[in-house]
Write a protein that binds this ligand. Structure first.
Ligand SMILES: [Ca+2]
Ligand SMILES: [Ca+2]
Length: 131
Protein backbone atom coordinates (compact mmCIF):
# COMPACT_ATOMS: atom_id res chain seq x y z
CA UNK A 1 0.00 0.00 0.00
CA UNK A 2 1.09 3.52 -0.57
CA UNK A 3 -0.12 7.02 0.08
CA UNK A 4 -0.57 8.98 -3.10
CA UNK A 5 -1.94 12.27 -4.24
CA UNK A 6 -5.03 11.80 -6.36
CA UNK A 7 -6.70 14.32 -8.62
CA UNK A 8 -10.15 13.83 -10.09
CA UNK A 9 -9.07 15.22 -13.48
CA UNK A 10 -6.35 12.55 -13.70
CA UNK A 11 -8.79 9.81 -12.83
CA UNK A 12 -11.28 10.98 -15.46
CA UNK A 13 -8.56 11.25 -18.08
CA UNK A 14 -7.50 7.72 -17.23
CA UNK A 15 -11.01 6.34 -17.67
CA UNK A 16 -11.50 8.25 -20.90
CA UNK A 17 -8.28 6.82 -22.34
CA UNK A 18 -10.04 3.66 -23.46
CA UNK A 19 -6.93 1.79 -24.53
CA UNK A 20 -5.16 2.20 -21.21
CA UNK A 21 -8.27 1.76 -19.14
CA UNK A 22 -9.32 -1.41 -20.96
CA UNK A 23 -5.90 -2.91 -20.44
CA UNK A 24 -6.03 -2.23 -16.71
CA UNK A 25 -9.58 -3.51 -16.47
CA UNK A 26 -8.57 -6.71 -18.26
CA UNK A 27 -5.75 -7.20 -15.78
CA UNK A 28 -8.11 -6.75 -12.86
CA UNK A 29 -10.56 -9.09 -14.50
CA UNK A 30 -7.96 -11.80 -14.93
CA UNK A 31 -6.91 -11.35 -11.32
CA UNK A 32 -10.46 -11.75 -10.05
CA UNK A 33 -11.36 -14.63 -12.34
CA UNK A 34 -10.01 -17.29 -10.01
CA UNK A 35 -11.07 -20.30 -12.08
CA UNK A 36 -10.13 -18.67 -15.36
CA UNK A 37 -13.33 -19.39 -17.27
CA UNK A 38 -13.56 -15.84 -18.60
CA UNK A 39 -16.53 -14.71 -16.51
CA UNK A 40 -16.82 -13.56 -12.92
CA UNK A 41 -19.16 -15.59 -10.78
CA UNK A 42 -20.08 -14.86 -7.19
CA UNK A 43 -17.52 -17.43 -6.10
CA UNK A 44 -14.79 -15.70 -8.02
CA UNK A 45 -15.61 -12.42 -6.36
CA UNK A 46 -16.08 -13.84 -2.91
CA UNK A 47 -12.73 -15.57 -2.82
CA UNK A 48 -11.25 -12.21 -3.61
CA UNK A 49 -13.41 -10.28 -1.21
CA UNK A 50 -10.65 -9.04 1.05
CA UNK A 51 -8.64 -7.75 -1.80
CA UNK A 52 -11.36 -6.37 -4.01
CA UNK A 53 -14.04 -5.12 -1.67
CA UNK A 54 -11.93 -3.57 1.04
CA UNK A 55 -9.96 -1.52 -1.41
CA UNK A 56 -12.54 -0.43 -3.92
CA UNK A 57 -15.54 -0.16 -1.67
CA UNK A 58 -14.12 0.40 1.80
CA UNK A 59 -16.63 -1.90 3.36
CA UNK A 60 -15.99 -4.04 6.36
CA UNK A 61 -18.71 -6.38 7.53
CA UNK A 62 -19.62 -9.59 5.78
CA UNK A 63 -23.26 -8.53 5.52
CA UNK A 64 -22.32 -5.34 3.82
CA UNK A 65 -20.19 -7.23 1.36
CA UNK A 66 -22.96 -9.73 0.61
CA UNK A 67 -25.37 -6.86 0.08
CA UNK A 68 -22.87 -5.22 -2.15
CA UNK A 69 -22.65 -8.31 -4.33
CA UNK A 70 -26.43 -8.47 -4.59
CA UNK A 71 -26.53 -4.87 -5.70
CA UNK A 72 -23.57 -5.39 -7.94
CA UNK A 73 -25.02 -8.34 -9.75
CA UNK A 74 -28.44 -6.78 -9.94
CA UNK A 75 -27.03 -3.68 -11.51
CA UNK A 76 -24.30 -4.97 -13.75
CA UNK A 77 -25.28 -8.46 -14.74
CA UNK A 78 -27.07 -7.02 -17.72
CA UNK A 79 -28.09 -10.29 -19.37
CA UNK A 80 -29.02 -11.83 -15.96
CA UNK A 81 -26.96 -14.99 -16.38
CA UNK A 82 -25.53 -14.75 -12.87
CA UNK A 83 -22.05 -13.94 -14.10
CA UNK A 84 -20.26 -10.77 -14.95
CA UNK A 85 -18.47 -10.91 -18.26
CA UNK A 86 -15.72 -8.62 -19.49
CA UNK A 87 -18.07 -6.02 -20.94
CA UNK A 88 -20.21 -5.91 -17.84
CA UNK A 89 -17.12 -5.68 -15.68
CA UNK A 90 -15.76 -2.78 -17.69
CA UNK A 91 -18.85 -0.66 -17.21
CA UNK A 92 -18.84 -1.59 -13.54
CA UNK A 93 -15.27 -0.47 -13.01
CA UNK A 94 -15.86 2.63 -15.05
CA UNK A 95 -18.73 3.60 -12.81
CA UNK A 96 -16.81 2.87 -9.61
CA UNK A 97 -13.75 4.80 -10.68
CA UNK A 98 -15.76 7.76 -11.93
CA UNK A 99 -17.76 7.78 -8.70
CA UNK A 100 -14.48 7.97 -6.81
CA UNK A 101 -13.37 10.81 -9.04
CA UNK A 102 -16.56 12.72 -8.25
CA UNK A 103 -16.01 12.13 -4.56
CA UNK A 104 -12.57 13.65 -4.79
CA UNK A 105 -13.86 17.11 -5.66
CA UNK A 106 -11.77 19.78 -7.27
CA UNK A 107 -8.53 19.67 -5.31
CA UNK A 108 -6.00 16.83 -5.07
CA UNK A 109 -6.36 14.60 -2.02
CA UNK A 110 -4.11 12.11 -0.32
CA UNK A 111 -5.42 8.57 -0.43
CA UNK A 112 -4.10 5.18 0.59
CA UNK A 113 -4.07 2.73 -2.28
CA UNK A 114 -3.01 -0.80 -2.92
CA UNK A 115 -0.43 -1.30 -5.60
CA UNK A 116 -2.67 -3.17 -7.98
CA UNK A 117 -5.90 -1.22 -7.67
CA UNK A 118 -7.36 0.65 -10.61
CA UNK A 119 -6.98 4.00 -8.91
CA UNK A 120 -3.31 3.31 -8.43
CA UNK A 121 -3.10 2.77 -12.17
CA UNK A 122 -4.81 6.11 -12.62
CA UNK A 123 -2.16 7.77 -10.48
CA UNK A 124 0.65 6.09 -12.41
CA UNK A 125 -1.08 7.11 -15.60
CA UNK A 126 -1.13 10.73 -14.44
CA UNK A 127 2.57 10.60 -13.62
CA UNK A 128 3.61 9.27 -17.02
CA UNK A 129 1.47 11.87 -18.72
CA UNK A 130 3.26 14.66 -16.94
CA UNK A 131 6.73 13.47 -17.85
CA1 LIG B 1 -14.69 -17.40 -13.29
CA1 LIG C 1 -23.87 -11.42 -17.39
Amino acid sequence: MSVVCLESSTVIEFVEDTKVFDKCVNEQFAMLDGDGDGVLSRDDLQTRTGKFASVEFELQSKDEITNMYDTLFEKFDVDRNGKIDREEFRSLMREIVLAKACGLGQSPVLVILQGDSLLMRAVEYGLTKRC
